[in-house]
Design a protein around this ligand. Structure first.
Ligand code: FEO
Length: 393
């Protein structure tokens, strides 16, 4: 699929309409796209990022359709194979092309695939290459995702190519983010699943991106932003330290005791004016869970006791939440046991990355009784009081 971002600036993206899982982990309800961009200068031609290796043929056919006979540069903003995996095929088709990237990305590309050393041109932070009447400037952004990540600015046209940063897993025939409601949800899901662990570093980079005053932000997944303010302000919100008056509850229940505790706690929290998102982990899309974690103030982990520890589905969600590093301020644990176990010790030991205060857990024997419901009522009250200290929404 091709599209124009201006005279001599082409999207040569490939849609993966029916891909439903990324990294064997992340659900893709809307598929995804791998966006590659062709920049024609008066003297040289550059391709910015490539596509998933499974789609190399489509990328090459896009270039053929545009009549590209010679490529001088292939810019690799990022080594992950959904953007770099077609580089070997592109280099085969365009024998004069050099791979332009930073030293770290070169090292990673060589770890991941076979590319001759002589095909690389290594650039430094802030360095430029000239295409004649156009200039590409490289802006290093390590750890906004991976350690080698960089952005590429097309100076004369004020277009920033950001690879994964600001992207969305959204296959679409639309080149631009015209339906901002649709793209907002997809971009938030993408941020939650992929970018959230790097929140602190991304937050520091947003002012630098603002300073560039670009007219277009062109990521390598999902639509191009012709209103950069839309995605920049969304990222400022998501990466801020502010949390919402919201509780996310992850749970599994085998015989109904934990479910009864969750239902009661949900009801008490709602009565206290708190937004609640319970996730039955046997039926949950982990992307929806990740989105809910973006701005929740409190995470409640609810589990029955299975052979002395948490239910495996709860353990999975807990490991995931720990890896995603949401900005929640509080966490607690509720659950039930039959004859003993170490639910609280095991689960609290699984969340070292969460900078949370752990509110006193409520773990009971068997099915909840009046005193257990009273403890849950008190827990809801504790959460309400904690949230009141945060201010905001
Ligand atoms: Fe879209 Fe980090 O790859």
């Amino acid at each position: 699929m091709t599209g124009s971002l201006g005279d001599g600036i082409h999207s040569v993206r490939v849609q993966h309409w029916d891909r439903r899982l990324f990294d064997e982990l992340i659900p893709l309800p809307d598929g995804t796209s791998y966006n590659s961009y062709l920049i024609e200068g008066s003297e040289k031609t550059a391709l910015i990022d490539t596509v998933d290796p499974e789609k190399s043929g489509e990328l090459l056919s896009n270039l053929e359709k545009l009549g590209v006979k010679k490529l001088d540069y292939v810019i690799a903003n990022h080594a992950e194979k959904d953007h770099s995996g077609s580089i070997p095929e592109v280099l085969k088709a365009y024998p004069d092309a050099q791979v332009v990237t930073n030293a770290k990305c070169k090292e990673m590309l060589k770890d991941l695939m076979s590319i001759d050393d002589g095909r690389f041109k290594v650039i430094g932070d802030g360095e430029t290459i000239s295409l004649g009447d156009r200039t590409l400037r490289f802006v290093f952004a390590p750890w906004v995702h991976w350690p080698e990540t960089m952005l590429t600015l097309l100076e004369e046209d004020n277009i920033l190519f950001t690879c994964d940063l600001f992207g969305s897993h959204l296959a679409s025939s639309e080149l631009y983010a015209t339906d901002e409601c649709l793209v907002y949800e997809a971009a938030k899901r993408y941020y939650a699943e992929i970018m959230m662990p790097f929140r602190g570093i991304i937050k520091k980079h947003i002012p630098k991106v603002r300073d560039l005053k670009v007219e277009l932000i062109a990521p390598s997944h999902g639509p191009v932003y012709d209103n950069p303010e839309f995605i920049l302000s969304a990222y400022e919100d998501w990466t801020s330290d502010e949390v919402k008056n919201k509780v996310v509850i992850v749970y599994a229940s085998m015989w109904g005791a934990t479910k009864a505790m969750v239902d009661y706690l949900v009801s008490e929290l709602v009565d206290a004016g708190i937004t609640v998102k319970p996730f039955n982990l046997t039926k949950t899309d982990v992307g929806d869970l990740a989105i809910a974690l973006v701005d929740a103030a409190t995470i409640v982990i609810a589990s029955p006791t299975v052979l002395h520890g948490p239910h495996p589905a709860v353990a999975y969600a807990t490991v995931l939440a720990n890896a995603l590093r949401p900005k929640a301020k509080y966490a607690t644990i509720i659950g039930s046991y039959g004859w003993g176990g170490q639910l609280v010790e095991t689960l609290t030991g699984m969340i070292p990355n969460l900078k949370v205060e752990v509110i006193d857990p409520v773990v009971i024997k068997g099915f909840p009784r009046q005193e257990d419901y009273r403890a849950l009522k008190e827990l809801a009250n504790q959460i309400k009081l904690k949230h009141e200290t945060l201010g905001g929404e």
